[in-house]
Design a protein around this ligand. Structure first.
Ligand SMILES: C[S@@+](CC[C@H](N)C(=O)[O-])C[C@H]1O[C@@H](n2cnc3c(N)ncnc32)[C@H](O)[C@@H]1O
Length: 296
């Protein structure tokens, strides 16, 4: 965390209000709430929940909502409005037991979190098996333009953004409406690979359209936000694959059959094939012929 967020807390609270800015109020809030309604979680953790606006939106629909954020000024404001529990903490070191939540939300906070692999491993830990990680994020081609200075306004009213170092990961300062904060550019591959490596499986992806007004029309021509939903996989990627167990059981059966000299030519492959087809009809002729089906 940099000082930027602490110094900018007041201006941030004023700029959000209860309806949020354009990205939140007119693009993300509705589809994010739709994902929550679909999953019907009982306990939700909002990572980098800031001043608590989205936690307050969640509260009427979810039994237990917790917002964490390292910025004291934002958490103090969230606590003063209530509706949820708020804790000062960074996403990289969550003060919660394993399997505490049905859903973890990161609403435009990934670009502010310095250590993404650590934060994702923590999100995975506190989620119950099959729990969901719901993410709203800025498209990386937008964050790759941030360090290039102000967008250029063209005579025809359009805006030109200059992008550079897309494949690198680097921090840059952003400044608007009295807010000055440092956040991170990372390429899309960095986020996707970190999520996969931390045991998540993609279950939903969307680039929601903005609704209403000229600004929405302009946004829809060059959108810069996306939503992803990832599920905590039950088995970790390092656990042996299903085939391992099937093969071991087949080997054991073959050894017993071999000892009894019932089917000398009967290989584990034959048995696995029979298992896969899900039919004992295959097994009987194979056992009888010692795996040589041409014999019958
Ligand atoms: C752009 S704001 C988003 C706030 C809120 N989720 C929303 O959508 O309005 C990013 C938030 O990330 C928080 N943040 C910064 N470093 C963080 C970290 N290491 N872990 C979690 N949150 C962090 C900031 O304090 C800030 O509240």
């Amino acid at each position: 965390m940099t000082d930027g967020w602490n110094v900018s807390a007041k201006a941030w609270i004023a700029s959000m209000g209860e309806t949020g800015d354009f990205s939140r109020g007119l693009v993300l809030d509705t589809p994010m709430m739709e994902r929550v309604s679909k999953a019907q979680p009982k306990a939700v953790l909002d990572l980098g929940g800031g001043e608590g606006r989205f936690c307050r939106r969640l509260a009427p629909h979810v039994d237990h909502v917790v917002g964490i954020d390292p910025t004291e000024g934002l958490i103090a404001h969230a606590k003063s409005l209530g509706d949820a529990d708020y804790v000062i903490a960074g996403a990289e070191d969550l003060p919660f037991a394993d399997h505490s939540f049905d859903m973890v939300v990161s609403y435009l906070s990934l670009i502010d979190i310095p250590n993404i692999p650590k934060a994702l491993s923590e999100a995975h830990r506190v989620l119950r098996p099959n729990g969901l990680l719901l993410i709203a994020n800025l498209n990386p081609w937008t964050t790759a333009s941030q360090s290039k200075g102000t967008p250029v306004k063209n005579p025809d009213g359009t805006t030109t953004l200059t992008m550079d170092r897309y494949l690198d990961a680097f921090p840059s300062w952003a400044e608007w409406s009295g807010i000055r904060i440092q956040n991170w550019h990372r390429p899309l591959s960095f986020y996707m690979q970190s999520l996969l490596e931390n045991g998540f499986q993609l279950t939903h992806f969307d680039e929601p359209k903005a609704s209403g007004g000229a600004r929405a029309e302009s946004y829809n021509r060059a959108p810069y936000l996306h939503i992803m939903e990832w599920q905590k996989r039950c088995s970790m990627p390092h656990s042996p694959p299903k085939q391992f167990w099937t093969r071991s059981i087949c080997r054991l059966i073959q050894r017993v059959l071999w000892r009894k000299a019932l089917a000398p030519g009967f290989t584990p492959m034959c048995l696995q094939l029979a298992f896969r087809r899900g039919s004992c009809i295959f097994v009987a002729p194979m056992v009888l012929t010692g795996g040589d089906l041409k014999a019958i």
